[in-house]
Design a protein around this ligand. Structure first.
Ligand SMILES: Nc1ncnc2c1ncn2[C@@H]1O[C@H](COP(=O)(O)OP(=O)(O)OP(=O)(O)O)[C@@H](O)[C@H]1O
Length: 345
């Protein structure tokens, strides 16, 4: 009797030991070092990390633009090395930076892109109309691409990546270069797209707030490795404490208070002049006892502030560095030559 082996892996992305080296002037750059990653159908995952962490290189391997040096990756059920064509058919990829200024109208560009994926003219036109509607491009789709603003162009890029109704969409730093207002709008559109089409989305970002507000899962990468992978809430709860800031009338009072704070198990205490900074898990629960203890020393507290941790605190805690310094902001310094056209080619 004939038997068929059916691949029961339901993960949209599964990598094992995914590695990519580059050789630059006889030196080896280990851009991605043994990445194990799983993304399930319908997830919206943000890959967060500083400049040079290996985010784009990972995306370029997952989208078949460059082969891994070692390790394996299956994307939408297919191997990125042995089954490139199948992978490409099932994914959309929006690389960094906008393409060259085009003289075509946005809607025509969308239809051409659909045709490049083998869609009939009618099907491409219908899908373009649908995307123009859902990405709020109706006012701009009939203008030439070169006349669009950065935010409009970025939304058009996303529509291009979605024209062939991919199961999985990769967005490499979708909001880099946009002002805060356009970033917020773009984020809304991405969340809406996921709700409307059920597309699995993997995006890379430098923006902590973006990862925090949009993604249900955050993969933090540094030096080519995954250093944390969890929901934003759990990352903050497990990898950082709350910030409690206590103000005093005099330095001597702050010193007495810091002695009390140091008795809290796991607390990290720092005194700066007449201010005491305490990093501790469960700040709101800890503060009443801390204030009582300080009062028992005959010291008056003049101000108290409790701040919840941010993802930057998580990163600082995991790596000893802040994501805001040394590469938090998009530098745009290295070449990123890939565009969605390469995928379509
Ligand atoms: N084509 C290449 N040739 C040589 N080195 C490269 C190449 N592409 C990437 N690298 C190096 O690999 C490392 C990871 O780069 P990558 O672009 O993946 O990081 P990233 O996390 O996406 O950074 P960014 O946030 O700045 O886009 C860096 O040290 C980078 O200089």
């Amino acid at each position: 009797m004939n038997s068929t082996v059916v691949d029961m892996d339901t993960a949209m992305i599964r990598t094992h030991g995914l590695t990519r080296h580059f050789t630059v002037k006889k030196e080896t750059v280990e851009a991605v070092r043994g990445l194990d990653l799983q993304v399930d159908e319908g997830e919206l995952v943000a890959v967060l990390g500083p400049n040079g962490a290996g985010k784009s290189t990972t995306l370029r391997m997952l989208t078949t633009l460059i082969p891994p040096t070692s390790g394996t990756a299956r994307v939408a059920g297919h191997d990125v090395v042995g089954e490139q064509r199948e992978v490409r058919r099932r994914i959309g990829y929006i690389g960094q930076g906008n393409g060259a200024a085009h003289s075509q109208r946005g809607r025509d560009e969308l239809i051409s892109q659909g045709r490049a994926y083998g869609m009939s003219r009618t099907a491409a036109r219908q899908r373009a109309d649908e995307l123009v509607e859902s990405l709020d491009l109706s006012g701009v789709a009939d203008r030439t691409v070169s006349s669009l603003s950065g935010g409009q162009r970025r939304r058009l890029d996303i529509a291009m990546g979605l024209i062939h109704a991919p199961e999985l969409l990769f967005l490499d730093e979708p909001s880099t270069g946009l002002d805060p207002q356009n970033r917020a709008r773009l984020q809304e559109h991405i969340v809406h797209l996921r709700a409307a089409y059920g597309t699995t989305i993997v995006l890379t970002t430098h923006y902590l707030d973006e990862a925090d507000s949009m993604a249900e899962r955050i993969v933090v990468v540094d030096h080519g490795r995954v250093i944390a992978d969890d929901t934003p809430a759990r990352l903050k709860a497990n990898h950082s404490g709350d910030h409690v800031t206590l103000g005093f009338g005099a330095e001597i009072d702050a010193r007495a208070a810091s002695d009390v704070a140091r008795r809290i198990p796991g607390a990290n205490v720092e005194t700066l002049g007449a201010t005491v900074h305490v990093r501790v898990v469960g700040g709101p629960q800890v503060v009443p006892g801390l204030l009582r203890g300080i009062g028992e020393q005959g010291v008056a507290v003049s101000s108290v502030e409790v701040a919840r941790p941010t993802l930057d605190d998580v990163f600082l805690n995991l790596t000893g560095r802040s994501l805001r310094e040394g590469g938090a902001e998009p530098a745009g310094t290295h070449e990123s030559a890939t565009t969605e056209q390469e995928i379509a080619a």
